[in-house]
Design a protein around this ligand. Structure first.
Ligand code: E4P
Length: 217
């Protein structure tokens, strides 16, 4: 399973890239606004830090505008992935960009039917938002299970990119279902390291080691 990080915070990206665990980055207009920086500059810097796919989302809502923005964004770096919303115009742009060999991440997916359309439009990634589905009282992970099953049935090459991840359970459930990618907020990625028995065990080992009076180097 690939791990992307869902942030435009360069300090966080640098810090987590050094872990060797990052396979890519996703951003969205809200995350860019939060960064307080110029969109193109942030994407260029992220692409230098992380060699994997870096999603940059178009702001246009009509096909021509999306395509014009995509031309600008994809020139920033080879690893830019154009992110388009799951709308008729977004999927039309997805089809044309994919035919040109550009990676496309179709975002704001909330149903298996939408995911099927994205795969048929040649998307590299489909982003179902599990946390936001949970927020309205549905089960976000059921959506992932449905999409994985449908994509497997037809050998679609579109990768299931689990988005709007809120906790480690989302990550583990997605991995059990065989989702290709999870994009994680930095706090969720850090939380994957934690277990109280690891902390307790390490404290005991260190205390016993101190009693030996030895040093390894
Ligand atoms: C994915 O690409 C989105 O940027 C993101 O996962 C949305 O998450 P949120 O629902 O926590 O805003």
């Amino acid at each position: 399973m690939k791990f992307f990080i869902d942030t435009a915070d360069l300090t966080e990206i640098r810090s987590l890239a050094s872990s060797g665990l990052l396979d890519g980055v996703t951003t969205n207009p809200s995350l860019i606004a939060k960064s307080g920086r110029k969109f193109a500059d942030v994407i260029a810097e992220i692409c230098e830090i992380v060699p994997g796919p870096v999603s940059a989302e178009v702001a246009g809502t009509v096909y021509d505008q999306m395509m014009a923005e995509a031309q600008v964004l994809r020139k920033i770096a080879k690893n830019v992935t154009i992110k388009v919303p799951l709308t008729p115009d977004g999927l039309r742009a997805c089809r044309h960009l994919s035919n040109d060999g550009t990676m496309v991440n179709v975002t704001l997916c909330f149903s298996a039917a939408q995911a099927l359309l994205a795969a048929k439009s040649g998307a590299s990634f489909i982003s179902p938002f599990v946390g936001r589905v949970d927020d309205i009282g549905w089960n976000g992970m059921d959506l992932i299970a449905d999409i994985v099953q449908i994509y497997n049935n037809y050998d679609f090459r579109t990768e299931v990119l689990v988005a709007s991840v809120r906790n480690p359970i989302h990550v583990i459930e997605a991995a059990k279902m065989g989702a290709h990618v999870a994009t994680l907020p930095p706090a969720v990625l850090r939380s994957l390291f934690s277990h109280p028995l690891t902390d307790k065990g390490l404290a005991a080992f260190l205390a016993d080691w101190a009693k030996t009076g030895q040093s390894i180097v």
